[in-house]
Design a protein. Sequence first.
Length: 320
Amino acid sequence: MGDDTAVARVRGVRLGLPLAIAAAFAFGMSGAWARGLIDAGWTPGAAVTARIWVAALVLLIPTLLSLRGRWGLLRRNAGMIVAYGLLAVTATQLFYFQAVAVMDVGLALLIEYTAPVAVLLWLWVRRGERPSRRSILGAAIAFVGLVLMLDILTGAAVNIAGILWALGAMVGAATYFVLSAKADTGLPPIALAGSGLLLGAIGLTVAGAVGVLPISWTTDDIAYRFGTVPWFVPVLAMGVLATALAYLLGIASTRMLGSRLASFVALAEVVAALLFGWLLLGQLPDLLQALGGVLVLAGVVVVKLGEPAVPEFVEPVPAT
């Protein structure tokens, strides 16, 4: 029995690892596609609304199938779905797109990926859960990396608005991690993702209709480094590939790898964001920023290694 379990675990890792990497790269492409739309005249609100609506519609059937008539799960988990849909999904993506409108894609995502450090501090201040020495060391490493990434030491001009938007996305991502740490509620991960996306899409549409969220777009072709494409190409790429497919791949890989290993592999999303930022937009960090990015990722890894081991009863859904 033990040998069978070990073999199954190895097989799960072999199958899950490529899926997790594919999910990370799918998520990582969204910022670069969005920046092209924004440069062409789309508002960040329009770009994220289009992305979430497309993804919500693609995931609608899988969501309904996962519930199989168990509609009571939606009612019992209404609070979590609202928090997930409006904060962990909608706010995170909206703030991230606002950030990439004025700063490089990779830099914005790296700031967002300091979310585990924010969760660490929140648990310490709010619940009195003192972090381990390893986690404190990781937070310090990530902070040094953030300083280097922002070129603060060289006196370079810093886009304050972009940093604030990216920090807002970080708070949204931290909310996702906190929600994912809750005990199993019986709600299938795909149902949480699908219902959260649908709720977020409706919320953004209402906010745009009443004038709270600026939403405007153009049907002009969108320019990227390799040439121009029709406007619906980046919209579909963001909605189908970078959201719906990414969620499905992320959920499948987490089931095979477990949430802890999957969370480490998800850091490849930053590499993907840098890659697509270069391929689609020609954006590349300088040497100091690259070093800072490496330190941020290293710090996040150390923070996660310092977390106490917990039972794998949660199947987290990727946050961005």
